[in-house]
Design a protein. Structure first.
Length: 451
């Protein structure tokens, strides 16, 4: 999950780091302590929890407070953008927020960006990159046809929801004009006319999509940084040199030519419209085409991408709630689903637009049994049994507090420290990377645990 106008540096937190981590920005404006997710030239993105509702959100905090007139323009822009939610895979900010001497936009909290996925996993499979490009092209086409320009299409603005669905975020030019790009990070994804003159229009969005596809297919930006290169020299290189042609085994010539056309320095010779690009990518993704693979098999189902970053819903206390540790792979799937499944039964919704969707009901019955907790006053010994090879999380819910996930890896037991004076509920969830299986909850000290 990361949301900024440029590729964002991911904050990867291990379990050891998390125990020492302190929230980087305290606020008394209704979001508790904010935990940083990434920083770009214009803003820093934080994860937080709305204290009134328990909703986990992302806040993109800008370096200054918006003037009243600019704020009005941004609110009008958000109102125009809102209908796109029903038409395309877009993430539209929910509202503007004032955080003291700075302004922020509040939005849905996603799990990872395309930048982070490529950094961790390398280039996407060709078929997946084509499908992603088609999704983005359709989103941009819908926006353009509604008279809306994105103005900053970069891999850092391609986000993944917990379900694995990609969405395009950070639409709108008003905030970009209020906080103009000052060079440095992210210039290698900007259209030449944007970099030189500040132009943001449909044709600069075409270039941005080309830059996103270039990274997705090659793992590199169109103009990678060079060791010791001065920022001004890099800017001149972006303005003056051609983008190297994509060269990858199995890459269809038609796809390489499309990316080349999108990245043309002259806006006039880029494709005619985003709808044309979507049609081109739709043709490339047809079963049996080289980009789709010769087997014609259906695309793989959505799975969580990258390393989920999640803020769980609060309980009834006023304690602060920093972000959970970042965990990848099957465990990453489980932490998102565990929080979604467990908390939706006990706490306010943790997502704004839609609930987190658990994987489909398993085709086979998997028995996961949690034994009665063994109370050792200051800690509890938990044991569970199953015949399957799974990775496990234990959900620990103290009376009056939000549930906390404890990663147990592939172990079948866990020691959990507890407050000797409080009641607790425990629940074990396991995953094979495709589905999530769940034990019945067990209470400690007379706790009433409900599914």
């Amino acid at each position: 999950m990361r949301t900024s106008a440029e590729p964002v540096r991911q904050v990867v937190v291990t379990g050891e780091d998390f125990s020492k981590m302190k929230p980087a920005m305290a606020t008394d404006h209704g979001f508790g302590d904010l935990t940083p997710l990434g920083t770009g030239p214009r803003a820093t993105v934080y994860a937080g929890v709305r204290t009134g509702t328990g909703e986990a959100v992302a806040l993109k905090v800008f370096r200054a407070k918006l003037p009243r007139r600019t704020r009005t323009e941004v609110e009008r822009e958000l109102a125009r953008l809102a209908p796109l939610r029903a038409q395309a895979s877009v993430l539209v900010a929910d509202a503007l927020e004032d955080l003291g001497d700075r302004s922020a936009v509040r939005m849905e909290l996603c799990t990872q960006s395309l930048t982070g996925v490529v950094e961790q996993e390398g280039p996407l499979p060709i078929a997946e990159a084509v499908a992603l490009g088609r999704t983005l092209a359709l989103a941009l086409a819908a926006a353009h046809e509604a008279g809306i320009v994105h103005g900053g299409v970069t891999p850092g603005n391609v986000l993944y929801r917990p379900s694995g669905e990609p969405v395009l975020a950070d639409f709108g030019v008003t905030l970009r004009r209020a906080f103009p790009h000052e060079g440095g990070a992210g210039v290698d994804f900007l259209a030449p006319e944007t970099l030189e003159h500040g132009t943001a229009d449909e044709r600069s969005d075409l270039y941005g999509l080309g830059a996103v596809l270039y990274l997705a297919l090659s793992g590199l930006s169109p103009h990678p940084a060079r060791l010791g290169e001065h920022p001004d020299d890099r800017k001149l290189r972006v303005l003056g040199s051609a983008v190297p042609r994509l060269d990858r085994p199995g890459l269809p010539d038609e796809l390489a030519e499309l990316v080349r056309a999108l990245l043309a320095k002259d806006p006039a010779i880029r494709p005619g419209s985003m709808r044309d690009v979507a049609t081109w990518l739709d043709r490339l993704s047809a079963p049996g085409t080289p980009a789709a693979g010769s087997s014609g098999a259906p695309p793989r189902p959505l799975v969580p991408r990258g390393a989920p970053v999640f803020v769980s819903a609060p309980g009834t206390t006023t304690r602060k709630h920093p972000a959970l540790p970042v965990i990848g792979g099957a465990a990453g799937l489980l932490v998102v689903v565990a929080l979604g499944v467990f908390l939706m039964r006990t706490d306010p919704a943790v997502r704004g637009d839609a609930p987190i969707q658990a994987p489909p009901t398993p085709e086979k019955a998997v028995l996961l049994q949690l034994a009665d907790p063994v109370d050792n006053v200051d800690h509890v010994d938990l044991r569970w049994e199953t015949e399957e090879q799974l990775e496990f999380f234990v959900m620990v819910a103290a009376e009056g507090e939000k549930p906390q996930p404890k990663y147990a890896q592939r172990n079948r037991s866990l020691k959990v420290e507890v407050d000797p004076s409080r009641k607790y509920c425990f629940l074990v969830q396991g995953t094979d990377g495709l589905r999530v299986y769940e034990s019945k909850p067990k209470g400690l000290r007379g706790a009433n645990c409900k599914l």
